[in-house]
Design a protein around this ligand. Structure first.
Ligand SMILES: Nc1nc2c(ncn2[C@@H]2O[C@H](COP(=O)(O)OP(=O)(O)OP(=O)(O)O)[C@@H](O)[C@H]2O)c(=O)[nH]1
Ligand SMILES: [Mg+2]
Length: 220
């Protein structure tokens, strides 16, 4: 597995770098998604189910972690292009790091590129990576109060996946309350309750991705 060691970008404006990368990805017709969540919310598992559920979509995954290559190895074993990047101890990816990872991976012929950001509900929300779409995952095991505690992540996300709904019977997670709290912060946020384990809710999620890929290409 190819691993790239990244360092904090030295440019003075992350926002400018992010806008430039977004424009280039638009030109290339590749939708880049920035996938964010706490550690263990189910990012890699959801990507596995997505790769399986969208066999006609060419998906490539940029795995960002502090260490190891386990996630990128999993993605590659499921038949998608993958690369692992290490963030030199940093808790987020910035636009320059994302560009370096994407260029190391190569995205020609790809329909959907996904950055699996570092597991963390705080720092990743503060940095624009240049992605066309920000998606966050909250698992039912984490609790329905998370929008109250980590508002920025909910504010900056276009879509909220509520994962592990197969575990709902074992946790006091109030779905309605959670969605209402998220919408109070971000009225336009799209919400996808699902289980990557049982497949429940996966069709709505893959349908959303298909329509976003088409939208990204349409107004090119
Ligand atoms: N019951 C259940 N377990 C799940 C589901 N999705 C993921 N898991 C489990 O949750 C654990 C963490 O899943 P990962 O996909 O590795 O989570 P992650 O967000 O990629 O974790 P990091 O990359 O370490 O931040 C694993 O044991 C998964 O099997 C689900 O839909 N239902
Ligand atoms: Mg993972």
């Amino acid at each position: 597995m190819k691993v790239i060691e990244l360092h904090k970008s030295v440019t003075d404006s992350n926002d400018r770098d992010a806008d430039r990368l977004r424009a280039e990805m638009k030109e290339a017709g590749v939708l880049l998604i920035n996938l964010m969540s706490s550690p263990g919310s189910g990012k890699t598992t959801l990507l596995g189910a997505t790769i399986k559920g969208m066999p006609d979509t060419r998906i490539a995954v940029l795995e960002a972690d502090i260490d190891s290559a386990v996630d990128a190895e999993k993605i590659a074993s499921w038949g998608a292009r993958a690369i692992q990047v290490h963030t030199d101890g940093m808790c987020h990816m910035d636009a320059g790091m994302t560009r370096e990872g994407l260029e190391g991976m190569g995205y020609e012929g790809v329909d959907l590129a996904v950055l699996e950001n570092i597991g963390n509900l705080i720092c990743p929300a503060e940095f624009d990576t240049g992605a066309g779409l920000n998606v966050m995952i909250l698992s039912v095991t984490e609790g329905d109060d998370k929008p109250l505690k980590y508002p920025l992540m909910f504010e900056t996300s276009d879509a909220l996946v509520i994962s592990k709904i197969d575990a709902l019977p074992y946790f006091n997670f109030d779905m309605e309350k959670c969605i209402e709290r998220a919408r109070r912060l971000n009225p336009d946020i799209k919400v996808f309750p699902l289980s990557a384990k049982t497949g429940e809710g996966m069709d709505a999620w893959t349908g959303y991705l298909r329509s976003e890929i088409n939208k990204w290409r349409e107004n090119n």
